[in-house]
Design a protein. Structure first.
Length: 107
């Protein structure tokens, strides 16, 4: 691969990464969004986080089986309660780590 091809590849990869993020900001920043749409957009991060975390909490990877007794799920429950009650990121992380390590040590 020549230097020119490599440079074109890097520029194309940058454009493919940057444009999908930039275009909605440019288009939507000058418009007043409907309330229902703005509320819907606020739910996207929670939906993505849930989709990423749920397989770890509820399923074994090989074979893919649904289970409720995983250590990750058992540690997530007190961690969630701590997060809702204290609203402290540091406290929630510490509670989650202690629960996970404690349950792992009990195995």
């Amino acid at each position: 691969m020549s230097n020119r091809d490599f440079l074109l590849l890097m520029l194309a990869m940058g454009a493919v990464t940057y444009l999908p993020r930039m275009l909605p900001l440019v288009v939507l920043s000058r418009r007043a969004l409907p309330t229902w749409f703005a509320e819907w957009l606020e739910l996207i991060p929670a939906a993505i986080l849930s989709a990423l975390i749920a397989p770890t909490l509820f399923a074994h990877p090989d074979p893919r089986l649904f289970t409720l007794g995983k250590i990750e799920l058992l540690a997530a429950l007190p961690t969630l309660i701590c997060a809702l009650k204290t609203r402290s990121l540091a406290g929630t992380v510490i509670v989650g780590m202690l629960c996970y390590w404690g349950l792992g040590a009990m195995r």
